[in-house]
Design a protein around this ligand. Structure first.
Ligand code: ACO
Length: 211
């Protein structure tokens, strides 16, 4: 297998690296703009700043491991438009229906479950133990946090973040750039750029950061 180059050397990056090793990559390195002041992320080396991807692209697999949804999607699009090889990373303990789909640049973490006809967009994160049930549609750069659960036929718009342990009722449409708070239960559709929290989830006057 080619060397895997991860763009973004934070905590999320370490979990992506670990999943990638479990999925079969042997050599994993990071690029990060903190290069110079840090030279490792966990047990993996940081070998240069982000821009170095251009000189590594021909020989390596590249993957954006930035947690912030907007930044991750912007970098993913930059790489994709340069024609770079952009894998999916699926932890071997995830349960993935043969009738589901996962676009490039997405990571599926340990213990996650994708049910039949679930469709996951590009540059997404389906985090530890999250479940996506039948016929759900996740647009690009959605982050489904650890232990979040989507019932059947839920749609989630671009760059939205579903917090830890949140639950979404079947058939719900969640817009783009939405923040669903940790532990919320969503029983009504959610408009673009809204933060919802609580059980049942209601819009919050305070806007949380979507990162
Ligand atoms: C592997 C990983 O680590 S992946 C990362 C997973 N992380 C998550 O899922 C975290 C998701 N983020 C949250 O739930 C955040 O609390 C947010 C975005 C909803 C709110 O964040 P902030 O805007 O910083 O809000 P802040 O912490 O200042 O709290 C504002 C108010 O909302 C309340 N509040 C915050 N989060 C929640 C929540 N999840 N549910 C209910 N109420 C909440 C606070 O108690 C506070 O109430 P108060 O004004 O009465 O004191």
């Amino acid at each position: 297998m080619k060397t895997l180059v991860l763009l973004g050397a934070g905590g999320h990056g370490r979990v992506v690296a670990d999943a990638a090793v479990m999925a079969g990559w042997r050599d994993v390195v990071f690029l990060d703009d903190g290069f110079g002041s840090r030279d490792t992320n966990g047990v993996w080396p940081i070998v240069g700043p982000l821009v170095k991807w251009r000189e590594m692209a021909a020989q390596c697999d590249l993957f954006v491991s930035v947690g912030d949804n907007g930044t991750r999607l912007r970098l993913f699009k930059e790489l994709a438009s340069a024609g770079v090889s952009l894998p999916r990373i699926v932890h071997p303990s995830a349960v993935i229906s043969a009738h589901s789909s996962i676009e490039a640049g997405t990571v599926i973490m340990a213990g996650a479950i994708l049910q039949a006809f679930a469709a996951i967009g590009a540059a997404g994160i389906v985090n530890t133990g999250a479940t996506v049930d039948h016929d759900c549609r996740l647009d690009n750069a959605v982050h489904l946090s650890p232990g979040a659960h989507l019932a059947g036929t839920v749609s989630v718009g671009e760059r939205s973040w579903i917090g830890m342990g949140a639950n979404v009722r079947q058939g719900i449409n969640i817009g783009a750039d939405v923040m669903v708070a940790a532990g919320a239960t969503v029983v009504n559709d959610v408009a673009d750029r809204t933060t919802v929290m609580g059980v049942p989830a209601a819009p919050s006057k305070r806007i949380g950061s979507n990162s």
